[in-house]
Design a protein around this ligand. Sequence first.
Ligand SMILES: [Zn+2]
Length: 132
Amino acid sequence: MQVPDVPNACVRCGTPYGLTRQPLLVRRGGGRIRYVDVPFCPRCWRLHESTRSVFFVAAGVATASLVIGLAVSVISQDWVPAAASVVFATATVFVARAIRRRALPVVRYERGSDPVVVIPTVGEVRIVTGGE
Ligand SMILES: [Zn+2]
């Protein structure tokens, strides 16, 4: 695996201080997913790590609320609890997505080429994922 040619700046906030190389999941041109090592500052990496399970938790909460809402609807013969649980589950997943997005660097994908990371202080940097 090639080391991607990325500048000395955190891929999320652009700071040049305290950087460590961390694996970031990106999609290659061919649609395959792989890890590349990119610089993260400690603050951004901590945020990245702390939100790693946010989808998993949100999916669990959403599923539970749907089951409960449906059960209450069946028992009470009222459609309102089911509708409310659907709204709640959707909102939970939506919020989880927003949180996760904020913790990830801005990555742009172009058809058939390597992904481009948009770093605040540097600009657009193409991540060379290496050939196979
Ligand atoms: Zn950072």
